[in-house]
Design a protein around this ligand. Structure first.
Ligand code: S3P
Length: 426
């Protein structure tokens, strides 16, 4: 159990950061989608975090060959995915477990997906039920709701499924199942969740289209897909910790390089802008999706109400709560019950940690209210094994000093977080 001691930063900063962790969502998908081709995929800037390295190890157990020269990862898929002779360990990654559940449901064989104690406590029925409905045989603890999950994959039926939750993991699991069926399937979510799966698979030659009525039409694959050839962009959710740092430390500025500017991923920056921070998006390229630089400068922040587009903010709300604590006036987060089933119960972890820092709040079932204008106080924070909680309170530590415990989880998504944090010091 590692620990981070953060000292108060007594000065402003103006930095350009070009080594923030690569995108976790896109990296997971690179490992998995490369298995759908018959040629090698080449991935530059693959995220070398624990979660995504676990996805890569699973690809190997399914028969892929992975060559890594330290810069480029080459993934050569097997002719047919093979039944592994061991369990498949997704570590801490909900994305790993849920997307592999969808992919493996359509493959003949027996597969066991497991993970660490936090992942084994997270709900899996959101993918298990719709996958069972189309013919996958899946079992697990609590009637299939908790891992370890056993999947006996095989032929899948086409489906028309309106998801009760807006979740990119559920959508991606069902898309991966749908492309393996013999007939067209349809999927709908009320708010478009992050759409890397659709963009990347279409870039590889799949045919997945979203109609004006919001139904996603998933055509079956006609043979193998083209390989991926991709430089994974910077992860906007990881970069956001330093956006908040620049917003709350007076006279500070940060330039975050080569970030994906996918509209489903940059909503938190827009909220920070709405709160008063100066935020600019500078698009430089468009490969699979738009990417470029984000510049954030400090300003007096004001409270904000966040009750829409929650799926676009789910990973950033803990860091936003630090900005909300310092902002003038009250901030409100609503309709965010999904926060309770992430790597930790993020509503409870956020408010209880803010309480230790002297922030006045009200906890609700689906969110919280934060009374701003707080003078943050140094505290000892438990990450609850959640990387986003650990890094959010490390950033708060720049204002008041902080001890953050159980920080091993930062390795899941942002292994050089502490190194970049230290580079802010004079
Ligand atoms: C992810 C989707 C999100 C997000 C997670 C990564 C993905 O979860 O929280 O960190 O890569 O698909 P949802 O399933 O709630 O959208």
């Amino acid at each position: 159990m590692n620990k981070l001691s953060i000292e108060k930063l007594n000065k402003s900063f103006d930095i350009v950061i070009d080594n923030i962790a690569s995108d976790k969502s896109i990296s997971h998908r690179c490992a998995m989608f490369s298995l759908l081709s018959d040629q090698p995929s080449y991935i530059k800037n693959y995220l070398r975090g624990e979660d995504t390295m676990d996805s890569l190890k699973i690809a190997e157990k399914l028969g892929a060959t992975v060559e890594d020269d330290g810069e480029m990862i080459k993934i050569t898929p097997p002719e047919f995915l093979r039944e592994p002779n061991d369990i498949l360990d997704c570590g801490n990654a909900g994305t790993g477990m849920r997307l592999y559940a969808g992919l493996l449901s359509g493959i003949e064989g027996s597969f066991v997906l497991t993970g660490d104690k936090y992942l084994r406590g997270r709900p899996m029925k959101r993918v298990v039920n719709p996958l069972r409905d189309i013919g996958a045989k899946i079992d697990g603890r609590e009637d299939g709701n908790k891992a370890p999950l056993h999947i006996r994959g095989g032929k899948l039926k086409p489906f028309k499924y309106h998801s009760p939750i807006d979740s990119a993991q559920v959508k991606s699991a069902l898309i991966l199942a749908g492309i393996q069926s013999d007939e067209v399937s349809f999927y709908k979510e009320d708010l478009l969740s992050r759409d890397h799966t659709e963009r990347m698979l279409n870039g590889m030659g799949a045919d997945i289209t979203t109609g004006e009525d919001g139904w996603i039409k998933i055509n079956p694959l006609e043979g193998k897909l083209k390989p991926l050839n991709i430089t994974v962009p910077t992860d906007p959710s990881s970069a956001f910790f330093f956006a908040v740092a620049a917003a709350i430390i007076p006279d500070s500025k940060v330039t975050l390089k080569n970030v994906t500017l996918n509209p489903t991923r940059i909503e938190a920056y827009k909220i920070l802008k709405q709160m008063g921070a100066k935020v600019q998006f500078i698009e430089t390229e468009n490969v699979y999706e738009p990417l470029g630089d984000i510049i954030v400068e400090s300003a007096q922040l004001n409270g904000v109400t966040v009750d829409k587009n929650i799926a676009w903010l789910i990973d950033e709300l803990p860091a936003l709560s630090i900005a909300m604590s310092i902002a003038n006036g009250k901030s409100v987060v609503k309709n965010a019950e999904e926060l309770r089933v992430k790597e930790s119960d993020r509503i409870s972890a956020v408010v209880n940690s803010l309480k230790l820092c002297g922030v006045d709040f009200l906890e609700e079932e689906d969110g919280y209210e934060i009374n701003g204008n707080a003078t943050l106080q140094k505290a000892t924070i438990d990450s609850h094994g959640d990387h986003r909680i650990a890094m959010s309170f490390a950033i708060a530590g720049l204002v008041c000093g902080m001890e953050v415990e159980d920080t091993q989880c930062i390795e899941t998504s942002f292994p050089n977080f502490n190194e970049i944090l230290n580079s802010l010091k004079p």
